[in-house]
Write a protein that binds this ligand. Structure first.
Ligand code: RP5
Length: 167
């Protein structure tokens, strides 16, 4: 399952330079067999494209859109303004302020248009994918099983660590 099947999740980012951060989200969606599509869209550089992607997200009935952006990170908020499809915002680490700017830009949405905001950088991208899986798992038994298995494997990896004494 990948970007080639009918997508259930959209993954967008403000620049190609965000790709490395967002790769973790794509890998997890693939691992959990959740189909997705990827686009580079910028709130600043391609505002028209952003508006048309919001319409596409509704037309395709995507379960959510994961949106990564850095700096004055308006992409998730603008996308959320154009669609009721849930937007999961990932603050990309910026050079100037290490992503603090990205985080505050995304998380501080005024009341009325929500964006779910995740951690700065790769951890946030991975957790956004896991959150998307959790949303789908409410109605999709297959995704639910794979997500449970992922979490069990994660637990086992900790318990199986020889440095872990069980106390
Ligand atoms: C944002 O500006 C992008 O999301 C990216 O994180 C940041 C820098 O973009 P580039 O100058 O690398 O294209 O819009």
């Amino acid at each position: 399952m990948s970007e080639h099947s009918a997508p259930r999740v959209g993954v967008v980012m403000g620049s190609r330079s965000d790709f490395e951060t967002m790769q973790g989200a794509l890998d997890l969606l693939a691992e959990l067999e959740i189909s997705y599509e990827v686009r580079v869209l910028s709130a600043h550089r391609t505002p028209g494209l952003l508006a048309s992607y919001a319409a596409r997200a509704e037309r395709l009935e995507l379960s959510c859109v994961i949106a990564g952006a850095g700096g004055a990170a308006h992409l998730p908020g603008m996308l959320a303004a154009f669609t009721r499809v849930p937007v999961l915002g990932v603050p990309v680490r910026s050079q100037a302020l290490s992503g603090q700017d990205s985080l505050l830009s995304i998380v501080q949405m005024p009341a009325g248009v929500p964006v779910a905001t995740f951690a700065i950088g790769p951890a946030g991208a991975k957790n956004a994918a896991l959150f998307a899986a959790a949303l789908l798992a409410t109605t999709d038994e297959g995704v639910r099983g794979r997500l449970d298995a992922f979490r069990q494997a994660q637990t086992q990896a900790v318990l199986g660590d020889p440095h872990f004494d069980g106390h």
